[in-house]
Ligand binder design. Sequence first.
Ligand code: PNS
Length: 179
Amino acid sequence: MNRKPKSLAVFPGSFDPITNGHIDIVARALSVFDELVIAILNNADKRPLFSVEERVEIIREAYRGNPRVRVDTFSGLLVDYAMKAGASVIVRGLRAISDFEFEFQLALMNRRLNPGIETIFIMAAEGYSYVSSRLVKEVFQLGGSVRELVPPVVERRLGEKQGLASVAPQSRRRRRRVR
Ligand code: PNS
């Protein structure tokens, strides 16, 4: 039987932590590609809140039971990683026009580095246009609620980072809502 090869794309990023904006992009990418590798940049220069191992654990938990999503880490050039992973497409999300300038540069640099790899932009739902990992961390650290902005595993792991794991769920529910 002549089986069509599965289409595979790489969704790279820092994911510190993964947000519902990223989750939305993954869902949209899966409507185009058979499989997606979420590739976490292992960058020693940055000082992330979650280690790369923690981010792998978090994203694996978020996609447990979904065989179409794989989680991996990479260092070095993204296009080299994509080649090694067997993907000829890089997916990046666009939240707003302001994302475009940097993303355009990144895509053109990647094309220069490897013209065989195409970057595809997917627009996030409008409801996530203001959601970023940086703001999620800031809001949480300042006592605001990030529920609805991140998957439950991220909310829990943020709480654990702040030593709130032992706080009763009810008092966590009282966190101020930020909308
Ligand atoms: O989530 P982020 O931080 O916006 O993701 C940025 C990322 C990881 C996609 C980008 O920094 C990257 O691809 N880094 C790998 C290094 C690389 O390939 N650089 C050359 C392309 S400009």
